[in-house]
Design a binder for this molecule. Structure first.
Ligand code: NIG
Ligand code: FE
Length: 412
């Protein structure tokens, strides 16, 4: 099956296959081809170039993209879309003056979601999660990472991970699965925290590894949640089972989580709303990708990740949604890209690099996703007719996507 796209106004994020991430000043460059064609063979990109060099090919389907821009689909490397119900009451409580921390301290927050999740059947949880996944795919997400972390019991965590696996089996997009048993201490373990860590390490991890239910391990390293030492104990245990870490750090406080992540070969460190200069320097020349979550900053009214200071030190940066019921009930990567431009002062070129190739790197799939490259998955956003790609963040409330191709097929 061959699909040919012709007359593409601009084809963005055109890369050789040796590029797996972009850092520092290079983030300002978004390579593109104007007046382009692109050929898809089955699920893969097989050729592209300028219309002047269009080869003679017989295609099963030809799409005229006149006036439209084509770019790789978004790679959302940090989500919690498997959850039950919602936390709209906490949203109103925060409007009325309570903080995220105060809500958590009185048993709300993550523990509230854990209670709802444990009361929900696996089938219902799947249906709720699948409808979120469909929505974000229509919004241009073509690869996604999904975390557990609202079970906080052996059964609850396994249930979440099984739902993630079933989503991966039933949907055409790449799904990476992350075990986040260390999201919060369950009520029963508030006075015996080491016992919960032992449960994660000695009961949850071996079962997850045996059923091959996770690609990565995560910990919420934060004051009031998991300490730096506890984080290190848990990610080392994960590494024993071959799970690289992707950790929640520096959301509210800088307590040394970044340094522990870098030292332990973490694939990514995520949130980074509160960053010291030492934290930025710790990420220099590291394999660890820093990931910013601007719609979390927006929703909670907390600081934005200091993207400019980080890129000025030569760091790469990825952008993701953090879609979850508490801090970010939105999985819209278009809004993330716009907010990164508007609030973090990233240029559209930097934000698109961060939301595509660097996002792919942050979930370990940069060899197959995140750029327009021969041999990569044909996962494409085709925009409506727009004046330039600057419209994408500029017209921040509009949906400028005409349609999305996932693995070479239009996603309805
Ligand atoms: O990434 N910070 C930790 N975890 C989530 C929020 C969890 C929740 O409030 O349910 C996050 O923001
Ligand atoms: Fe998160």
């Amino acid at each position: 099956m061959t699909t040919l796209l012709i007359n593409i106004k601009e084809l963005l994020q055109v890369r050789n296959n040796d590029i797996v991430k972009v850092s520092g000043a290079a983030m300002a460059i978004l390579p593109s081809i104007k007046n382009a064609f692109l050929v898809i063979k089955d699920d893969l990109i097989s050729d592209f170039g300028t219309m002047d060099d269009l080869p003679v090919i017989t295609a099963d389907t030809t799409i005229d993209a006149n006036g439209k821009i084509v770019l790789p689909t978004w790679c959302d490397s940090h989500t919690h879309i498997v959850y039950a119900g919602n936390r709209e009451q906490e949203f109103v409580d925060r409007i009325n003056g309570l903080t995220y921390e105060e809500i958590a301290n009185r048993g709300g927050g993550i523990l509230n979601s854990a209670q709802k999740l444990n009361e929900t059947s696996e089938e219902d949880l799947y249906l709720q999660s699948a409808s979120r996944l469909k929505e974000v795919m229509q919004l241009g997400t073509g690869a996604i990472e999904i975390k557990s972390g609202y079970g906080l019991t052996v059964e609850g965590e396994l249930k979440m991970l099984r739902v993630i696996k079933k989503l991966a089996q039933n949907f055409p997009i790449a799904i990476q699965s992350t075990f986040l048993g260390a999201h919060a201490f369950p009520t029963l373990y508030q006075e015996k925290k080491q016992a919960y860590i032992d449960l994660i390490i000695n009961e949850m991890l071996p079962k997850i590894a045996k059923e091959n239910l996770a690609d990565f391990i995560d910990v919420f390293c934060e004051s009031g949640y998991f300490t730096v030492a506890q984080t290190e104990e848990i990610i080392k245990a994960g590494a024993h089972y071959g799970l690289r870490s992707k950790i929640h750090v520096n959301q509210f406080n800088s307590i040394g989580g970044i340094q522990i992540g870098v030292q332990n070969n973490a694939l990514s460190v995520d949130h980074l709303e509160v960053m010291t200069h030492e934290d930025i320097l710790a990420l220099k020349d590291a394999v660890t990708m820093p990931v910013a979550l601007p719609s979390c900053s927006y929703f909670l009214s907390i600081p934005y990740t200091p993207a400019r200071a980080m890129m000025a030190e030569g760091l790469p940066l990825a952008l993701a949604t953090d879609y979850n019921p508490g801090s970010t009930p939105s999985g819209n990567m278009n809004f993330v890209v716009a907010t990164a431009c508007i609030k973090m002062k990233m240029t559209p070129e930097e934000a698109i690099n961060a939301a595509t190739i660097n996002g792919a790197y942050a979930m370990g799939i940069a060899k197959t996703h995140g750029s327009i490259t021969i041999g990569k998955k044909a996962n494409l956003i085709v925009t409506k007719e727009i004046s330039s790609f600057y419209q994408l963040p500029y017209a921040f409330g509009s949906n400028l996507i005409d349609f999305v191709l996932i693995e070479g097929k239009v996603y309805e």
